[in-house]
Design a protein around this ligand. Structure first.
Ligand SMILES: Cc1cc2nc3c(=O)[nH]c(=O)nc-3n(C[C@H](O)[C@H](O)[C@H](O)COP(=O)(O)O)c2cc1C
Length: 188
């Protein structure tokens, strides 16, 4: 059945929500949720984010060249959603009840309550319709102890991502591991 093109997004599978932490030149932190993002290169590790140019996140990334991606648990749902509504606050970590941890390679803090924190440096960007596709290079990655596993498939399965459906509706993304009959090792 054909649907209206304006609903294209809602015919695609939900993507995992992230929080982007940035620190501006006046040492004020900013946190906002984003759902349109994807890994686009393995070597070097590049992550592309689709961000509106009008956001503080975009302006700070452009000014500082740095940002940190946090992967929140579903328990942080109201915090995640609430972070989208914040006006520019003096300390957004405090306002959201989150804990800032110093990052290893960049100035934008890590979020202690997140399962994973990926520190990124700005790589390049492309204008895409009404959003900017901002590509960052991962320069340090921190994963919570209970998630780390020698087997990458299990490590990934240990994550409990929060998918965004629309507006204030989300979906949990935890499932069981399925194995295809053939192993095309090296062809991931
Ligand atoms: C779950 C969720 C996902 C979102 N995903 C995106 C996104 O991928 N790109 C975007 O530009 N805005 C997205 N937004 C909207 C931004 O979070 C919103 O514009 C926010 O106010 C930006 O904050 P900032 O100005 O502090 O950067 C999303 C909002 C929510 C609640």
């Amino acid at each position: 059945m054909q649907i209206d093109l304006a609903r294209t997004l809602y015919a695609t599978p939900p993507t995992g929500v992230i929080l982007i932490s940035t620190l501006d030149d006046n040492q004020r932190n900013n946190i906002a949720p984003f759902a349109w993002w994807i890994v686009v290169s393995k070597e070097p590790p590049l992550i592309a984010l689709s961000i509106k140019a009008s956001t503080n996140t975009y302006r700070i990334i452009k000014a500082t060249g740095e940002f940190t991606i946090g992967v929140p648990d579903p328990q942080l749902l109201d915090t995640v959603y609430g972070s989208a509504k914040l006006d520019r606050e003096p300390d957004e970590f405090k306002k959201l009840g989150l804990t800032a941890l110093p990052a290893v390679k960049v100035n934008s803090p890590r979020i202690k309550e997140c399962q994973v924190n990926i520190e990124c440096r700005y790589h390049n960007e492309i204008q895409c319709g009404d959003h900017m596709l901002v590509v960052g290079e991962a320069v340090a990655v921190d994963v919570r102890e209970d998630i780390v596993h020698d087997d990458d498939s299990i490590m990934r399965a240990n994550l409990t991502p929060l998918g965004h459906l629309t507006k204030n509706k989300f979906i949990t993304m935890k499932g069981s591991i399925l194995k295809a009959s053939e192993d095309l090792t090296g062809k991931d």
